[in-house]
Write a protein that binds this ligand. Structure first.
Ligand SMILES: Cc1cc2nc3c(=O)[nH]c(=O)nc-3n(C[C@H](O)[C@H](O)[C@H](O)COP(=O)(O)OP(=O)(O)OC[C@H]3O[C@@H](n4cnc5c(N)ncnc54)[C@H](O)[C@@H]3O)c2cc1C
Length: 482
């Protein structure tokens, strides 16, 4: 069925950012701070996306080491003395998170954003909103990008849908920060939906087209951490180090008592609410009795993993909620400290992977693992590759003081002009994307996209024709690590 729609004009902007989530907020703030007239459109009524609504931890501002002692002594403790030595993300992301840590509404390490940062959700949204307003960004909520206007290969604006019906918005540059590359797909940018054939045969996916499973980081109250730590000390086989947070039980207790972030896992073994063993991940929050728990995921298998299918997403939301309540019951019954916990918030379905755009450069897993530097590097990362399955050869690569670089070209889509794609769906192999999709990296990508878009507008160029060295210089001037 074909329909004809009429869209009323809403106005024209230098930069229109579609999606007010993790990358989008920082893209908009950066563009507006550079002087561009900037509009941020967001389909919900809250900014932050997975960073706030999804309750994700904010990871990773520092290098990574696999060894618990090396990580603690040479990275986390170093943050207090000479943070610049071990940090991989600064700029706007650091400014935002630091503001919250200093205000007591987020937890870091020695006062710095380190590996994980966990926030008070309301404050995290409010903090973003304040930065957006201070920068002069116009925010349009309850508005979804549904069509793209193009003149030949050049994007000239978007059509959105909201309470007013369809509206047409003109833009000199559009930034797609929808997490799913919705705008890029509408504009005709080629993309890979989930894993490719080659990635599946190399062991990075169970089948071609596979997308990572859905998840939920849900919130509980009334957790008696002191009682839980006592139990874990007496039952060390129940304690499991978090593979990215890398903290021993001793480090966890020290950090918790200092009022800093801590992350760990509890092995539920025979109490598992799902088939097989289950390690529940626990993250603390600024309120001493509050925690975020990673609930049982869902959406594996050929018929259930497509995060672009409305029915699958809706079913996943229900399954994740059910899993969270079931897990909480098991914890209440079996694990000391959890006896009176209450579920206080379950986020919208957490989507880890959908489209990966085809861009001017495709970041490879080898680039990431080898820490390859690029002439047009505009952001760094330190997060290990977070995909399952992970081929054995990759799993065991030594990560010591590890950092990687992200080139600007991964945000430049093939075949289409005046469009940048920031955040989760950048042009990266599935394995590489497992390290670039964490929040801190998405925030840094957003900042780079915003500055690039504003430069293109100011210089009457396109994102593909601006001088990449000038972009890098401007980012460094603004405090970013490239
Ligand atoms: C369960 C789970 C746990 C995670 N845990 C961590 C963690 O601990 N640490 C970490 O660093 N990372 C974590 N991540 C990964 C990380 O949160 C995301 O990869 C990252 O936040 C994605 O950022 P983004 O800006 O690309 O997308 P999002 O933050 O999802 O933002 C996309 C925004 O676009 C809006 N939008 C979507 N479509 C449209 C449209 N068509 N028009 C207008 N608006 C639209 C959405 O409402 C949303 O606000 C986790 C992810 C999941 C799923």
């Amino acid at each position: 069925m074909k329909y004809q729609i009429e869209a009323k004009p809403y106005g024209s902007y230098d930069v229109v950012v579609c999606g007010g989530g993790t990358a989008g907020c920082f893209a908009a703030i950066a563009a507006a701070r550079e002087g561009a007239k900037t509009l941020l459109i967001e389909r919900s009524f809250t900014v932050g996306g997975m960073l706030t609504v999804g309750e994700a931890g904010i990871t990773k501002f520092s290098e990574h080491c696999r060894d618990v002692d090396v990580y603690k002594n040479e990275v986390l403790d170093e943050l207090a003395k000479a943070p610049a030595k071990v940090q991989v993300v600064r700029g706007l992301a650091h400014e935002y998170v630091k503001r919250m840590i200093d205000g007591g509404t987020a937890l870091g390490t020695h006062g710095e954003p380190g590996s994980y940062v966990f926030t008070d959700k309301a404050e995290a949204q409010w903090g973003l909103m304040q930065m957006l307003k201070e920068a002069g960004v116009e925010v349009l909520y309850d508005t979804r990008a549904v069509l793209v206007n193009k003149k030949e290969d050049t994007v000239t604006g978007v059509v959105v849908c909201n309470k007013e019906g369809f509206c047409e918005i003109g833009a000199r540059v559009v930034i797609d920060a929808t997490g799913d590359a919705d705008v890029a797909a509408l504009a005709g940018v080629p993309f890979y939906a989930g894993a490719t054939e080659e990635e599946a045969s190399a062991g990075f996916a169970a089948f071609a087209g596979e997308m990572q499973h859905f998840g939920t980081m849900y919130r509980v109250r009334n957790l008696d951490f002191a009682r839980l730590f006592d139990y874990l000390k007496k039952n060390p086989d129940r304690f499991v180090e978090h593979e990215f947070g890398v903290m021993s039980l001793e480090n966890v207790i020290e950090s918790y008592n200092r009022g800093e972030m801590c992350v760990f896992r509890i092995d539920l073994k025979d109490w598992s609410p799902v088939r097989g063993s289950y390690h529940v991940q626990v993250y603390n929050l600024p309120e001493k009795d509050e925690a975020i728990l990673l609930g049982p995921g869902c959406g594996t298998g050929k018929d259930n993993s497509n995060g672009l299918d409305a029915r699958i997403l809706s079913n996943a939301q229900y399954t994740l909620q059910k899993g969270a309540y079931r897990l909480t019951e098991v914890l209440r019954e079996c694990v000391p400290g959890f006896e009176t916990v209450r579920v206080t918030y379950i986020p919208d379905v957490g989507v880890r992977e959908t489209r990966h755009i085809a861009g001017e450069y495709r970041l490879t897993v080898i680039d990431v693992l080898s820490g390859k530097d690029f002439e047009d590097s505009i952001a760094c990362g330190g997060h290990p590759i977070d995909i399952h399955p992970l081929p054995k050869e990759v799993e065991h690569v030594d990560l010591n003081h590890w950092r990687f670089h992200i080139p600007y070209r991964v945000m430049l889509p093939l075949n289409v002009e005046n469009l940048l794609v920031a955040g989760r769906p950048i042009s990266a192999e599935r394995g590489a994307s497992g390290a670039t999709r964490p929040t801190a990296q998405c925030m840094a990508l957003g900042e780079a996209a915003g500055v690039a878009a504003a430069m293109a507008v100011k210089e009457n160029k396109t994102p593909k024709t601006i001088d990449m060295q000038e972009l890098r210089a401007r980012l460094v001037e603004n405090g970013a690590i490239v």
